[in-house]
Design a binder for this molecule. Structure first.
Ligand SMILES: Nc1ncnc2c1ncn2[C@@H]1O[C@H](COP(=O)(O)OP(=O)(O)O)[C@@H](O)[C@H]1O
Ligand SMILES: [Mg+2]
Length: 481
């Protein structure tokens, strides 16, 4: 399968220019806007100052050249001079004003317009004013003879220039911002391409995942179906097998008795073999049926209250022949406080028998210990059953898969000891159903210890037993105490 994961190396190489360009473009845009705004203000004040400077120069030149003519009161000459000055310097008007505010000469066509007398009497201050509805800047220049020359600048002319400058500045700012945005897009391109590639890869991965999920779901459905079919088949088959097997076992028992009565020792031995083989086959079928019931979720728990010492008595007497067969010694240790238990007796009995018969099977001329004790863990009452033997033991590699179905330590075990590898699998499933577990410790050639730990009260631990409440609960607790 092709790996489509995003290479982490792409991250920094793409992100760095992206961040840089974002920074540069951002700076350029801010810079452009600031320069644009302040540039317009600056331009208009520079243009106004320049116009005023020009007006002042004209006014003072005019004043110095008119001193003599005004002193000698040659009005016609004054009028001619100021007219030509107005024309040459492009002024709005020129007025010659006496100290009392009366007009001595002016450049207006016809009557002079009304103006505030403060403006005309002003000898120093440059002021904005309105003359015949036109905005003007009035620049005074004092003549020594007591007259003042006022030179008027046309404000609209200055504003027209300012507007032109404003247009240029705005245009430049817009171009600069556009260029910055273009540069940004250009720089961001690989990043966007990378993102869309990643997106496409992600979409492909998601699609593949969905396909795999769908396949898995189908496989699970098929396996569930097969499992159901298997369970049904096994249930039917075990019934079909058990009926003739029980007949074989029953008839062989009858025939053994007959042969013993007739003292036909050889026949007895052969019949016993048939009987043993039949029983072995029946055990096997029962194990398979148990496992298929567990797998199909049809194995129920039937809790009951029982004395642990009774259980151990029963188990040891059942297992005694198997233990004795290999000349083994069975030692049982029970603590005094062992008491009662509320759990599934049949399942615990079967688990203990599985472990004890294994110990008997895999130990020769040795000792087998069965110990039972009570333990408090996390303020909960537990029972620990320990089955220890001095038998063949196991290698660590074998111990890992021991509790899986149909697994035996190695193939030589099957050849030598027989068996199917189902006992431990069933034991573990039973223990977990009852809220506990079983674990193993073993040393090859020295022996094994299987420890089975179960809650004294299965209903407190097993999920499927949560229904025991109220009066029943009190009753159980009283009996266990
Ligand atoms: N007490 C033991 N000592 C050594 N090996 C053991 C012991 N108990 C179990 N085993 C190993 O675990 C395997 C699985 O045991 P089990 O599930 O009971 O199947 P079976 O007894 O049918 O072989 C056995 O075949 C054996 O290899
Ligand atoms: Mg076994």
């Amino acid at each position: 399968m092709r790996t489509t994961a995003v290479k982490p190396a792409n991250g920094p190489t793409v992100m760095l220019p992206f961040k840089m360009s974002l920074l540069v473009a951002g700076t350029l845009i801010v810079f452009g806007l600031v320069v644009g705004t302040f540039g317009i203000d600056h331009f208009s004040s520079v243009l106004r100052a320049e116009a005023i400077r020009h007006g002042k120069a004209v006014a003072s030149t005019l004043a110095s050249s008119l001193i003599e003519i005004i002193a000698t009161q040659q009005d016609a000459a004054v009028s001619a001079a100021i007219r030509s000055a107005k024309r040459m310097a492009g002024l709005a008007y020129v007025e010659v004003v006496h100290a009392d505010g009366t007009l001595m000469a002016h450049t207006y066509e016809g009557n002079p317009p009304q103006r505030k007398s403060e403006v005309r009497q002003e000898t120093m201050q440059i002021q904005d004013d309105t003359v015949a509805d036109h905005g003007v800047i009035d620049i005074p220049a004092e003549v020594i003879t007591g007259a003042v020359i006022h030179v008027g600048l046309d404000r609209s002319a200055i504003e027209a220039k300012v507007n032109k400058a404003r247009l240029v500045v705005i245009g430049l700012t817009v171009v600069e911002v556009m260029l910055a945005i273009l540069a940004l897009f250009w720089a961001v391109r690989p990043f966007v391409r990378h993102l869309s590639d990643t997106n496409r890869e992600l979409a492909t991965n998601v699609r593949k995942l969905q396909e795999t999920q769908e396949q898995l779901r189908m496989a699970r459905d098929a396996s569930d179906e097969a499992n159901r079919a298997k369970s049904l088949f096994l249930a039917n088959m075990s019934h079909e097998l058990r009926t003739p097997l029980n007949a074989i076992i029953g008839y062989s028992e009858m025939l053994i008795e007959d042969a013993e009565d007739q003292e036909q020792q050889e026949t007895v031995l052969d019949l016993k073999k048939i009987h043993l083989a039949g029983k072995h086959l029946l055990d096997l079928i029962n194990d398979i049926l148990d496992l298929s019931k567990i797998e199909a979720g049809k194995m129920d728990i039937h809790p009951e209250i029982f004395a642990i010492s009774d259980l151990l008595d029963e188990v040891t007497s059942t297992v005694q022949p198997i233990v004795a067969k290999n000349s083994n010694n069975l030692k049982v240790t029970i603590t005094d406080d062992i008491g009662m238990m509320h759990s599934d007796l049949t399942k615990i009995r079967q688990s203990l028998l599985n472990l004890l018969s294994n110990a008997g099977k895999f130990t020769e001329r040795g000792t087998i210990w069965l110990q039972a004790e009570r333990e408090m863990v996390d303020s909960r009452d537990w029972l620990t059953f320990r089955i220890r033997d001095t038998g063949i033991g196991m290698a660590p590699a074998h111990m890992e898969k021991l509790f899986k179905e149909f697994v035996q330590a190695d193939t030589s075990t099957t050849r030598k000891y027989g068996g199917t590898g189902l006992g431990l699998a069933i034991t573990r499933r039973f223990c977990r159903m009852l809220g506990g577990d079983v674990v193993v410790e073993s040393t090859l050639g020295q022996g094994s210890t299987f420890t089975l730990r179960l809650p004294r009260e299965a209903s407190l631990a097993a999920n499927n037993l949560s229904g025991v409440q109220g009066r029943d609960r009190c009753c159980i607790e009283r009996q266990l105490a």
